[in-house]
Design a protein around this ligand. Sequence first.
Ligand SMILES: [Ca+2]
Ligand SMILES: [Ca+2]
Length: 236
Amino acid sequence: MHRCLLILVVPLSLMFHTACSSETELSSSNSSSNGNNLLPNDHSTDESSSSKDGDVVLEPVMINGSFLTCSLSEDNVTLTCQGSLDQEEMESIVFLDDDGSIDFTVSSLESNKFQIVLAREANQDSLVVQPEKKYIVLWDVEYYQGYHIKIDVTDLQVGEELTWDNLIIDSNFPDDQWFSDNSLDSVKVPDGYQIELYESPYFNKSGAYVVSNSDVPHLGFFGLQNEVTSIRITKE
Ligand SMILES: [Ca+2]
Ligand SMILES: [Ca+2]
């Protein structure tokens, strides 16, 4: 039944080709996109289907624990998205097709419903929506100022941890980035992640330390201004 609905999204001319080749084309272009690895379910079947009025319904994506469903209108520029997200969360998503990510503007239609206007026409066969990458950001100066590095934690799984036993000795941050011992003063932590910051090496709790699942604007609040020596990051 679902496969029959899928055929409705292809142009009329293609319908007289073969239904099978149209469907394969849709599936392969979707699976070739690397934007689907964050989707909640690994659907090996149809990635998109058509709604009653001909709009293309994209694969639902989970963002901050809520499912978001978007339909691309026939003009390939306007989408309607529904889910328990606020405006800020909506603005953090990414629309991606074969030509790359697409800038967009978002406006609220009603509760939990948004209109998205893309900056260019989207390739409906390969368009996906995905959460923005998640970063923990470490700043040299309080209130997110000065030198900083972004640590991509998008793919960190529950039960895994990113650790640095000693910032000077190891200096092995991802992508060859590093941060000096005793220099950190503020951190940004996205929802769903936790950071532990210790004055001492090897997560030793004999010195000052803080465990936080939200932004810390000033580590001085915890006696950690220019003191952090070891860090552990986990996903909740
Ligand atoms: Ca500092
Ligand atoms: Ca220290």
